[in-house]
Design a protein around this ligand. Structure first.
Ligand SMILES: *Cc1c(COP(=O)(O)O)cnc(C)c1O
Length: 403
């Protein structure tokens, strides 16, 4: 048993596989040892069988791996599995979700260009659009993602890129993906959609006209709070021809170890997402009738302002619920400090339930005026509902709120 057997079965045709099968099987490449579980290739480099093979690899005439900043077998398995789930032609992994957002924009924009974005974006995206891109002569404009009239106005002049999340963080606004993509394409823009909250298990934006999907794999794709990771997905023309040279030469590569954690995480993504959705629904419904709670936002509830739209483009409504505690910051902090099970943490998408107070943490830096525009108040709390028993999560929230 020295592992020298050379046996290769034909690669299966993943087009016939449903999403859950793709999440478990797509992208797997077995080594000569025929291992059942995906191997962790913790290697920075690769040896060539001859000088000629090295030459052919550098000429691009061989698919031999070259260097792990360029590509790695474990990272490739992650990329190909996620591409199969999103229905994308190609995927490149990045070290974090923010690297995915930034590199997708870097590949699309140049001096003199214009980006239109929903203001309902993950905090660091505001820094990129407001502070970083302007240094390179790229102008940014924000709209309310849920307001089509604002998109229409902003996209009545030519633009090069459009960026939004749906559902958004932390207020769970839903953007009409198809309508905004139509407007963006007429304005000449490429649409980048951050699909971290929904995951491809609930929403596949490419089917609604998005051009590029980005992920923070740190969230639900890992799902257990262990690693950072990101991914950019789209057409072969964008990913391979435009993005890949930038990534290869500047180095935001995902480590093989983290790729391995993520590729194994994807096997349970569907199961976890189902439970996250079911638990979030119970939490949202319990909070909605509680006297200490002002407003509950969950796209799955009929009282969410865009519930119909969410139902049109998502197959279920995700694991995040946002709500307002009556009595302002002090009452809210008191309630958070009384939690015994649910953690106070700005992370999300973990098996463990977590609450955050956006006004004093993730959205502190954007300032009171911008927070008001987003609807983030002093009593606003976001809960990433985990995989514990829903009764225990609800019980903890109810005891913390007091009677
Ligand atoms: C967390 C998050 C990001 C950033 O991802 P990192 O992996 O933390 O860099 C981007 N977008 C959304 C929607 C997120 O939740």
């Amino acid at each position: 048993m020295d592992g020298t057997i050379q046996r290769k079965k034909a690669a299966p045709d993943i087009r016939n596989w449903k999403p859950q099968t793709r999440a478990v099987r797509a992208g797997q490449v077995r080594s000569n040892f025929d291992e059942t579980s995906e191997a962790l290739f913790l290697t920075s480099g690769y040896a060539y069988n001859s000088a000629e093979e090295a030459e052919a690899t550098f000429k691009g005439e061989s698919t031999h791996f070259q260097y792990s900043r360029f590509g790695n077998p474990t990272v490739s398995m992650f990329e190909n599995r996620l591409a199969a789930l999103e229905g994308a032609e190609a995927c490149r992994a990045t070290s974090t979700g923010m690297a995915a957002v930034f590199y997708s924009l870097l590949a699309l924009l140049k001096t003199g260009d214009r980006i239109v974005a929903a203001r309902q974006l993950f905090g660091s995206c505001h820094y990129i659009i407001n502070e970083l891109l302007p240094k390179y002569g790229i102008r940014g404009e924000f709209v309310d993602g849920g307001d089509l009239a604002q998109w229409e106005k902003a996209l009545s002049t030519p633009a090069n890129a459009v960026l939004f999340e749906s559902p958004s963080n932390p207020m769970l606004d839903i953007v009409d993906i198809q309508a905004v993509c139509d407007l963006a394409h007429k304005a000449g823009a490429t649409v980048v959609l951050d699909n971290a909250f929904a995951t491809p298990m609930l929403q596949r934006p490419l089917e609604f006209g998005a051009d590029v999907v980005v992920h923070s794999a740190t969230k639900y794709i890992d799902g257990q709070g262990r690693t950072l990771g990101g991914a950019i997905l789209g057409s072969r023309a964008f990913i391979i021809d435009k993005l890949q040279p930038i990534i290869r030469n500047t180095g935001p590569a995902l480590s093989p170890f983290n790729a391995w954690v993520l590729v194994k995480g994807m096997e349970t993504l569907g199961l976890r997402i189902d439970r996250h959705c079911a638990n979030a629904r119970k939490v949202a419904d319990a909070l909605a009738t509680h006297p200490k709670i002002g407003r509950v936002l969950y796209p799955g509830r009929p009282d969410h302002p865009q519930h119909q739209l969410a139902a049109k483009q998502m197959s279920n409504f995700g694991g995040v619920v946002t709500f307002d505690i009556r009595g302002g910051k002090h009452a809210t902090f008191d309630a958070l400090n009384r939690l015994k099970l649910v953690d106070i943490s700005n992370n999300l998408g973990d098996a463990k339930s977590m609450v955050t107070h956006p006004a004093t943490t993730t959205h502190m830096r954007i300032g009171a005026e911008e927070r008001a525009k987003l609807g983030i108040g002093d009593g606003t709390v976001r809960i990433s509902v985990g995989l514990e028993d829903a009764d225990d999560i609800v019980g903890d929230l109810v005891q913390a709120l007091g009677s």
